[in-house]
Ligand binder design. Structure first.
Ligand code: T4K
Length: 373
Protein backbone atom coordinates (compact mmCIF):
# COMPACT_ATOMS: atom_id res chain seq x y z
CA UNK A 1 0.00 0.00 0.00
CA UNK A 2 1.27 3.50 -0.88
CA UNK A 3 1.04 5.85 2.07
CA UNK A 4 2.06 9.47 1.88
CA UNK A 5 3.61 10.49 5.15
CA UNK A 6 1.50 12.76 7.32
CA UNK A 7 4.53 15.03 7.50
CA UNK A 8 4.73 15.86 3.80
CA UNK A 9 2.80 18.86 2.52
CA UNK A 10 -0.79 18.22 1.50
CA UNK A 11 -1.48 18.10 -2.24
CA UNK A 12 -4.33 20.51 -2.90
CA UNK A 13 -6.56 20.60 -5.95
CA UNK A 14 -4.57 23.48 -7.34
CA UNK A 15 -1.73 25.85 -6.47
CA UNK A 16 -1.53 29.42 -7.72
CA UNK A 17 1.03 30.29 -10.38
CA UNK A 18 3.19 33.15 -9.17
CA UNK A 19 5.96 35.16 -10.82
CA UNK A 20 9.44 35.42 -9.42
CA UNK A 21 9.29 37.50 -6.18
CA UNK A 22 11.98 39.99 -7.23
CA UNK A 23 10.25 40.69 -10.57
CA UNK A 24 7.01 41.48 -8.75
CA UNK A 25 8.82 43.82 -6.31
CA UNK A 26 10.54 45.54 -9.23
CA UNK A 27 7.27 46.08 -11.07
CA UNK A 28 5.26 47.31 -8.09
CA UNK A 29 8.05 49.83 -7.33
CA UNK A 30 6.35 51.82 -10.12
CA UNK A 31 3.25 52.00 -7.93
CA UNK A 32 5.33 53.53 -5.11
CA UNK A 33 6.88 55.98 -7.54
CA UNK A 34 3.62 57.29 -8.99
CA UNK A 35 1.19 56.74 -6.05
CA UNK A 36 -1.42 55.50 -8.52
CA UNK A 37 -3.09 52.45 -6.97
CA UNK A 38 -6.31 51.85 -8.89
CA UNK A 39 -8.91 53.44 -11.25
CA UNK A 40 -7.50 52.58 -14.68
CA UNK A 41 -3.83 53.08 -13.79
CA UNK A 42 -0.84 52.56 -16.09
CA UNK A 43 -0.35 48.88 -15.16
CA UNK A 44 -4.06 48.23 -15.72
CA UNK A 45 -3.78 49.80 -19.18
CA UNK A 46 -0.61 47.83 -19.93
CA UNK A 47 -2.27 44.54 -18.96
CA UNK A 48 -5.33 45.35 -21.08
CA UNK A 49 -3.13 45.93 -24.13
CA UNK A 50 -1.11 42.77 -23.52
CA UNK A 51 -4.24 40.66 -23.08
CA UNK A 52 -5.72 41.99 -26.33
CA UNK A 53 -2.54 40.92 -28.10
CA UNK A 54 -2.36 37.54 -26.40
CA UNK A 55 -5.99 36.69 -27.09
CA UNK A 56 -6.00 38.44 -30.46
CA UNK A 57 -9.25 40.27 -29.66
CA UNK A 58 -10.31 43.88 -30.16
CA UNK A 59 -12.34 44.65 -27.04
CA UNK A 60 -11.56 43.79 -23.43
CA UNK A 61 -12.45 45.29 -20.04
CA UNK A 62 -10.76 44.26 -16.81
CA UNK A 63 -12.60 43.72 -13.53
CA UNK A 64 -11.74 43.13 -9.90
CA UNK A 65 -13.05 39.55 -10.14
CA UNK A 66 -14.79 37.25 -12.57
CA UNK A 67 -18.10 37.27 -10.72
CA UNK A 68 -18.54 41.05 -10.91
CA UNK A 69 -17.42 40.93 -14.53
CA UNK A 70 -20.27 38.52 -15.28
CA UNK A 71 -22.78 40.60 -13.30
CA UNK A 72 -21.73 43.69 -15.26
CA UNK A 73 -21.81 41.83 -18.58
CA UNK A 74 -25.48 41.02 -18.01
CA UNK A 75 -26.20 44.54 -16.74
CA UNK A 76 -24.66 46.07 -19.87
CA UNK A 77 -27.08 44.25 -22.18
CA UNK A 78 -30.11 45.95 -20.70
CA UNK A 79 -32.15 42.75 -20.50
CA UNK A 80 -35.73 43.20 -19.36
CA UNK A 81 -36.04 42.78 -15.57
CA UNK A 82 -37.80 39.53 -14.72
CA UNK A 83 -36.99 37.97 -18.09
CA UNK A 84 -35.66 34.42 -18.27
CA UNK A 85 -32.04 33.47 -18.83
CA UNK A 86 -31.20 29.91 -19.78
CA UNK A 87 -28.09 28.48 -18.16
CA UNK A 88 -26.73 25.24 -16.69
CA UNK A 89 -26.65 24.30 -13.01
CA UNK A 90 -23.38 22.34 -13.36
CA UNK A 91 -21.08 25.26 -12.58
CA UNK A 92 -19.69 27.31 -9.72
CA UNK A 93 -22.69 29.03 -8.15
CA UNK A 94 -21.36 32.42 -9.28
CA UNK A 95 -22.91 31.88 -12.74
CA UNK A 96 -26.43 31.53 -11.35
CA UNK A 97 -25.99 34.29 -8.75
CA UNK A 98 -24.85 36.73 -11.47
CA UNK A 99 -28.12 36.13 -13.33
CA UNK A 100 -30.34 36.38 -10.23
CA UNK A 101 -28.56 39.45 -8.85
CA UNK A 102 -29.46 41.26 -12.10
CA UNK A 103 -33.17 40.70 -11.42
CA UNK A 104 -33.29 37.99 -14.10
CA UNK A 105 -34.77 34.52 -13.69
CA UNK A 106 -32.45 31.52 -14.21
CA UNK A 107 -33.94 28.62 -16.18
CA UNK A 108 -31.86 25.45 -16.00
CA UNK A 109 -30.94 23.45 -19.07
CA UNK A 110 -29.37 20.02 -18.75
CA UNK A 111 -25.79 19.27 -19.76
CA UNK A 112 -24.21 17.06 -22.38
CA UNK A 113 -23.07 13.85 -20.68
CA UNK A 114 -19.73 13.84 -22.50
CA UNK A 115 -18.43 17.38 -22.08
CA UNK A 116 -20.70 18.70 -19.25
CA UNK A 117 -21.58 21.92 -21.15
CA UNK A 118 -25.13 22.98 -22.09
CA UNK A 119 -27.02 20.29 -24.04
CA UNK A 120 -28.03 22.12 -27.22
CA UNK A 121 -30.60 19.43 -27.98
CA UNK A 122 -32.53 20.42 -24.86
CA UNK A 123 -32.01 24.17 -25.15
CA UNK A 124 -34.60 25.28 -27.67
CA UNK A 125 -37.53 23.68 -25.84
CA UNK A 126 -36.81 25.94 -22.84
CA UNK A 127 -37.13 29.16 -24.86
CA UNK A 128 -40.34 31.11 -24.24
CA UNK A 129 -41.48 34.64 -25.03
CA UNK A 130 -39.94 35.63 -21.68
CA UNK A 131 -36.44 34.42 -22.60
CA UNK A 132 -33.90 37.22 -23.11
CA UNK A 133 -30.49 35.50 -23.01
CA UNK A 134 -28.45 32.32 -22.74
CA UNK A 135 -25.51 31.98 -20.33
CA UNK A 136 -23.65 28.78 -21.25
CA UNK A 137 -20.55 27.73 -19.30
CA UNK A 138 -17.30 26.44 -20.83
CA UNK A 139 -16.94 24.25 -17.76
CA UNK A 140 -13.35 22.97 -17.05
CA UNK A 141 -12.39 24.80 -20.27
CA UNK A 142 -14.50 22.33 -22.29
CA UNK A 143 -15.98 24.24 -25.20
CA UNK A 144 -19.77 24.57 -25.50
CA UNK A 145 -21.36 23.83 -28.87
CA UNK A 146 -20.83 27.47 -29.86
CA UNK A 147 -21.95 27.01 -33.47
CA UNK A 148 -25.34 25.55 -32.53
CA UNK A 149 -25.83 28.07 -29.70
CA UNK A 150 -25.20 30.89 -32.18
CA UNK A 151 -27.84 29.50 -34.57
CA UNK A 152 -30.44 29.13 -31.82
CA UNK A 153 -29.71 32.58 -30.40
CA UNK A 154 -30.00 34.22 -33.82
CA UNK A 155 -33.26 32.42 -34.59
CA UNK A 156 -34.85 33.59 -31.33
CA UNK A 157 -33.08 36.95 -31.09
CA UNK A 158 -31.38 36.15 -27.79
CA UNK A 159 -28.15 37.52 -26.30
CA UNK A 160 -25.37 35.07 -25.45
CA UNK A 161 -23.00 35.65 -22.54
CA UNK A 162 -20.45 32.88 -22.05
CA UNK A 163 -19.18 32.08 -18.59
CA UNK A 164 -15.64 31.34 -19.77
CA UNK A 165 -14.22 31.54 -16.22
CA UNK A 166 -12.27 28.31 -16.86
CA UNK A 167 -11.40 28.90 -20.50
CA UNK A 168 -8.61 31.49 -20.63
CA UNK A 169 -6.28 30.61 -23.51
CA UNK A 170 -8.65 28.06 -25.01
CA UNK A 171 -9.01 28.20 -28.80
CA UNK A 172 -11.76 26.78 -30.98
CA UNK A 173 -11.05 26.46 -34.69
CA UNK A 174 -7.88 28.51 -34.11
CA UNK A 175 -9.77 31.49 -32.64
CA UNK A 176 -9.94 32.58 -29.00
CA UNK A 177 -12.98 31.05 -27.39
CA UNK A 178 -13.98 34.60 -26.45
CA UNK A 179 -14.68 35.37 -30.11
CA UNK A 180 -18.06 33.64 -29.76
CA UNK A 181 -21.27 35.11 -28.36
CA UNK A 182 -21.95 38.73 -27.39
CA UNK A 183 -19.68 38.70 -24.33
CA UNK A 184 -17.36 36.18 -22.65
CA UNK A 185 -16.16 36.35 -19.08
CA UNK A 186 -12.76 35.04 -17.97
CA UNK A 187 -11.91 34.63 -14.29
CA UNK A 188 -8.40 35.55 -13.21
CA UNK A 189 -8.84 34.18 -9.68
CA UNK A 190 -5.82 32.73 -7.86
CA UNK A 191 -7.04 29.22 -8.71
CA UNK A 192 -7.22 29.79 -12.47
CA UNK A 193 -4.83 28.99 -15.33
CA UNK A 194 -3.99 32.71 -15.53
CA UNK A 195 -4.35 34.77 -12.36
CA UNK A 196 -4.24 38.41 -11.26
CA UNK A 197 -4.73 37.35 -7.57
CA UNK A 198 -8.45 38.14 -7.87
CA UNK A 199 -9.60 39.42 -11.23
CA UNK A 200 -11.58 38.91 -14.36
CA UNK A 201 -12.21 40.26 -17.83
CA UNK A 202 -14.96 40.66 -20.37
CA UNK A 203 -14.26 40.22 -24.06
CA UNK A 204 -16.95 41.36 -26.50
CA UNK A 205 -17.64 41.95 -30.14
CA UNK A 206 -19.46 45.30 -29.95
CA UNK A 207 -16.89 48.12 -29.38
CA UNK A 208 -19.66 50.41 -28.13
CA UNK A 209 -19.86 48.32 -24.95
CA UNK A 210 -16.43 49.52 -23.79
CA UNK A 211 -17.56 52.89 -22.54
CA UNK A 212 -20.68 51.50 -20.89
CA UNK A 213 -18.73 48.73 -19.11
CA UNK A 214 -16.12 51.22 -17.93
CA UNK A 215 -18.87 53.38 -16.48
CA UNK A 216 -20.76 50.46 -14.91
CA UNK A 217 -17.68 49.23 -13.06
CA UNK A 218 -17.03 52.74 -11.70
CA UNK A 219 -20.35 53.72 -10.05
CA UNK A 220 -21.88 54.82 -13.36
CA UNK A 221 -19.66 57.92 -13.37
CA UNK A 222 -19.32 59.43 -16.83
CA UNK A 223 -17.36 62.50 -15.76
CA UNK A 224 -16.99 64.68 -12.69
CA UNK A 225 -20.48 66.10 -13.01
CA UNK A 226 -22.39 63.31 -14.72
CA UNK A 227 -23.48 59.98 -13.24
CA UNK A 228 -25.64 58.24 -15.80
CA UNK A 229 -25.97 54.65 -14.58
CA UNK A 230 -26.59 52.77 -11.35
CA UNK A 231 -23.10 51.27 -11.36
CA UNK A 232 -21.08 49.53 -8.66
CA UNK A 233 -17.37 49.32 -8.00
CA UNK A 234 -15.66 46.48 -9.84
CA UNK A 235 -12.32 47.92 -10.90
CA UNK A 236 -9.07 45.99 -11.06
CA UNK A 237 -6.28 47.60 -9.02
CA UNK A 238 -2.62 48.09 -9.92
CA UNK A 239 -1.28 45.24 -7.74
CA UNK A 240 -3.61 42.82 -9.50
CA UNK A 241 -2.57 44.17 -12.90
CA UNK A 242 1.13 43.82 -11.99
CA UNK A 243 0.56 40.16 -11.09
CA UNK A 244 -1.23 39.68 -14.39
CA UNK A 245 1.51 41.30 -16.49
CA UNK A 246 4.13 38.98 -15.00
CA UNK A 247 1.99 35.83 -15.04
CA UNK A 248 1.13 36.49 -18.68
CA UNK A 249 4.85 36.26 -19.57
CA UNK A 250 4.78 32.66 -18.40
CA UNK A 251 1.33 31.55 -19.51
CA UNK A 252 2.32 29.39 -22.48
CA UNK A 253 4.92 27.62 -20.39
CA UNK A 254 2.31 27.02 -17.64
CA UNK A 255 -0.21 25.63 -20.13
CA UNK A 256 2.44 23.30 -21.60
CA UNK A 257 3.31 22.06 -18.12
CA UNK A 258 -0.38 21.47 -17.40
CA UNK A 259 -0.64 19.50 -20.63
CA UNK A 260 2.21 17.19 -19.66
CA UNK A 261 0.54 16.57 -16.25
CA UNK A 262 -2.78 15.83 -17.94
CA UNK A 263 -1.09 13.46 -20.43
CA UNK A 264 0.49 11.59 -17.54
CA UNK A 265 -2.81 11.30 -15.63
CA UNK A 266 -4.58 10.10 -18.79
CA UNK A 267 -1.92 7.52 -19.44
CA UNK A 268 -2.01 6.19 -15.84
CA UNK A 269 -5.81 6.10 -15.57
CA UNK A 270 -6.87 5.13 -19.09
CA UNK A 271 -7.53 1.48 -18.24
CA UNK A 272 -9.04 1.85 -14.78
CA UNK A 273 -12.48 0.30 -14.90
CA UNK A 274 -15.20 2.70 -13.78
CA UNK A 275 -13.09 5.88 -14.02
CA UNK A 276 -14.25 8.02 -16.93
CA UNK A 277 -11.83 10.70 -18.14
CA UNK A 278 -12.66 14.14 -19.53
CA UNK A 279 -13.39 14.28 -23.26
CA UNK A 280 -10.80 15.43 -25.82
CA UNK A 281 -12.71 17.81 -28.11
CA UNK A 282 -12.22 18.17 -31.85
CA UNK A 283 -10.92 21.56 -33.10
CA UNK A 284 -10.21 22.65 -29.53
CA UNK A 285 -6.84 23.83 -28.23
CA UNK A 286 -7.23 23.18 -24.50
CA UNK A 287 -5.79 25.11 -21.55
CA UNK A 288 -5.80 21.97 -19.33
CA UNK A 289 -7.49 23.89 -16.54
CA UNK A 290 -8.92 20.97 -14.54
CA UNK A 291 -8.67 17.19 -14.43
CA UNK A 292 -12.20 15.92 -13.72
CA UNK A 293 -13.00 12.21 -13.48
CA UNK A 294 -16.42 10.57 -13.30
CA UNK A 295 -16.64 7.68 -10.86
CA UNK A 296 -18.98 5.04 -12.27
CA UNK A 297 -20.62 2.16 -10.36
CA UNK A 298 -18.24 -0.36 -11.93
CA UNK A 299 -15.30 1.30 -10.14
CA UNK A 300 -16.38 -0.26 -6.87
CA UNK A 301 -16.04 2.78 -4.61
CA UNK A 302 -18.39 5.74 -4.70
CA UNK A 303 -17.14 9.24 -5.57
CA UNK A 304 -17.42 10.22 -1.91
CA UNK A 305 -15.46 7.15 -0.80
CA UNK A 306 -12.67 7.91 -3.27
CA UNK A 307 -12.62 11.57 -2.17
CA UNK A 308 -12.25 10.39 1.47
CA UNK A 309 -9.57 7.82 0.59
CA UNK A 310 -7.44 10.46 -1.14
CA UNK A 311 -7.90 12.73 1.87
CA UNK A 312 -6.51 10.02 4.14
CA UNK A 313 -3.36 10.22 2.02
CA UNK A 314 -3.22 14.01 2.43
CA UNK A 315 -4.47 14.55 -1.13
CA UNK A 316 -7.35 16.99 -1.51
CA UNK A 317 -9.42 16.48 -4.64
CA UNK A 318 -12.61 18.57 -4.96
CA UNK A 319 -16.22 17.88 -5.89
CA UNK A 320 -16.40 20.58 -8.58
CA UNK A 321 -19.39 20.92 -9.09
CA UNK A 322 -21.48 19.55 -6.28
CA UNK A 323 -23.99 20.62 -5.13
CA UNK A 324 -25.39 22.04 -8.36
CA UNK A 325 -27.21 25.37 -8.44
CA UNK A 326 -30.75 24.06 -8.94
CA UNK A 327 -30.45 21.85 -5.84
CA UNK A 328 -29.93 24.93 -3.65
CA UNK A 329 -32.79 26.29 -1.57
CA UNK A 330 -32.51 29.74 -3.20
CA UNK A 331 -33.10 28.29 -6.71
CA UNK A 332 -35.55 25.52 -5.87
CA UNK A 333 -38.44 27.27 -7.64
CA UNK A 334 -36.57 27.76 -10.93
CA UNK A 335 -37.66 25.81 -13.98
CA UNK A 336 -35.75 23.05 -15.74
CA UNK A 337 -35.14 19.31 -15.26
CA UNK A 338 -31.49 18.35 -15.32
CA UNK A 339 -31.14 14.57 -14.77
CA UNK A 340 -27.71 14.37 -16.44
CA UNK A 341 -26.32 17.27 -14.39
CA UNK A 342 -27.75 15.69 -11.21
CA UNK A 343 -26.07 12.39 -11.97
CA UNK A 344 -22.68 13.82 -13.02
CA UNK A 345 -22.56 16.11 -9.96
CA UNK A 346 -22.82 13.04 -7.70
CA UNK A 347 -20.01 11.24 -9.54
CA UNK A 348 -17.55 14.00 -10.44
CA UNK A 349 -14.21 14.54 -8.75
CA UNK A 350 -11.50 16.96 -9.87
CA UNK A 351 -7.99 15.72 -9.16
CA UNK A 352 -5.05 17.97 -8.24
CA UNK A 353 -3.63 19.78 -11.26
CA UNK A 354 -1.20 22.68 -11.52
CA UNK A 355 1.96 23.41 -13.51
CA UNK A 356 4.40 22.33 -10.81
CA UNK A 357 2.56 19.20 -9.72
CA UNK A 358 5.30 16.56 -9.51
CA UNK A 359 5.25 13.50 -11.77
CA UNK A 360 5.84 11.25 -8.75
CA UNK A 361 2.82 12.76 -6.99
CA UNK A 362 0.66 11.94 -10.04
CA UNK A 363 2.01 8.37 -9.84
CA UNK A 364 1.00 8.17 -6.18
CA UNK A 365 -2.48 9.64 -6.80
CA UNK A 366 -3.08 7.19 -9.66
CA UNK A 367 -1.80 4.22 -7.67
CA UNK A 368 -4.21 5.03 -4.83
CA UNK A 369 -7.05 5.26 -7.37
CA UNK A 370 -6.05 1.94 -8.96
CA UNK A 371 -5.44 0.07 -5.67
CA UNK A 372 -8.47 1.63 -3.93
CA UNK A 373 -6.50 1.74 -0.69
N1 T4K B 1 -17.94 31.09 -13.00
C1 T4K B 1 -17.30 29.92 -12.82
C2 T4K B 1 -17.65 28.77 -13.69
C3 T4K B 1 -16.31 29.80 -11.83
O1 T4K B 1 -15.70 28.62 -11.63
C4 T4K B 1 -15.99 30.92 -11.03
C5 T4K B 1 -15.01 30.81 -9.98
C6 T4K B 1 -16.66 32.14 -11.29
C7 T4K B 1 -17.64 32.17 -12.28
C8 T4K B 1 -16.37 33.40 -10.54
O2 T4K B 1 -15.07 33.88 -10.80
P1 T4K B 1 -14.26 34.71 -9.64
O3 T4K B 1 -15.17 35.78 -9.14
O4 T4K B 1 -13.87 33.73 -8.55
O5 T4K B 1 -13.09 35.27 -10.39
C9 T4K B 1 -12.61 28.49 -6.12
C10 T4K B 1 -12.40 29.91 -6.58
O6 T4K B 1 -12.48 30.84 -5.49
C11 T4K B 1 -13.33 30.37 -7.65
O7 T4K B 1 -12.69 31.44 -8.31
C12 T4K B 1 -13.58 29.28 -8.68
N2 T4K B 1 -14.56 29.66 -9.67
C13 T4K B 1 -14.02 28.00 -8.00
C14 T4K B 1 -14.25 26.89 -8.98
O8 T4K B 1 -12.99 27.59 -7.12
P2 T4K B 1 -13.16 27.47 -3.80
O9 T4K B 1 -14.13 27.88 -2.73
O10 T4K B 1 -13.13 26.05 -4.21
O11 T4K B 1 -11.66 27.96 -3.44
P3 T4K B 1 -10.68 27.49 -2.30
O12 T4K B 1 -10.32 28.66 -1.45
O13 T4K B 1 -11.21 26.29 -1.60
O14 T4K B 1 -9.37 27.11 -3.13
C15 T4K B 1 -9.26 25.90 -3.85
C16 T4K B 1 -7.80 25.49 -3.87
O15 T4K B 1 -7.03 26.42 -4.58
C17 T4K B 1 -7.15 25.43 -2.51
O16 T4K B 1 -7.32 24.15 -1.97
C18 T4K B 1 -5.69 25.71 -2.80
C19 T4K B 1 -5.72 26.55 -4.04
N3 T4K B 1 -5.46 27.99 -3.76
C20 T4K B 1 -6.49 28.76 -3.31
C21 T4K B 1 -6.29 30.09 -3.10
C22 T4K B 1 -7.41 30.97 -2.59
C23 T4K B 1 -4.20 28.51 -4.01
O17 T4K B 1 -3.27 27.78 -4.39
N4 T4K B 1 -4.00 29.83 -3.78
C24 T4K B 1 -4.98 30.66 -3.32
O18 T4K B 1 -4.75 31.87 -3.16
O19 T4K B 1 -13.50 28.42 -5.04
Amino acid sequence: MVVRSDFVEPILVTRSSMPDYDSYCKLIKKIWDNHWLTNNGPLHRELETKLKEYLNVDNISLFTNGHLALENALASLNLEKGSEVITTPFTFVSTTHAIARNGLVPVFCDIDENNYTIDVNKLEQLITDKTSAIVPVHVYGNVCNVDEIEKIAKKHNLKVVYDAAHAFGVKYKNKSISSYGDISMFSFHATKVFNTIEGGALVYSNPNLSTLLNHLKNFGIVDEEHIEYIGGNAKMNEFQAAMGILNLNNIDNDINKRKSRVDKYRDCLKDVRGIRLNVIQKDVQSNYAYFPIVVEDSYGLSRDELHELLKQHNIFSRKYFYPISNSLECYKDCKGDTPVADEISKRILTLPLYPDLKAEDIDIICKIIKDKK
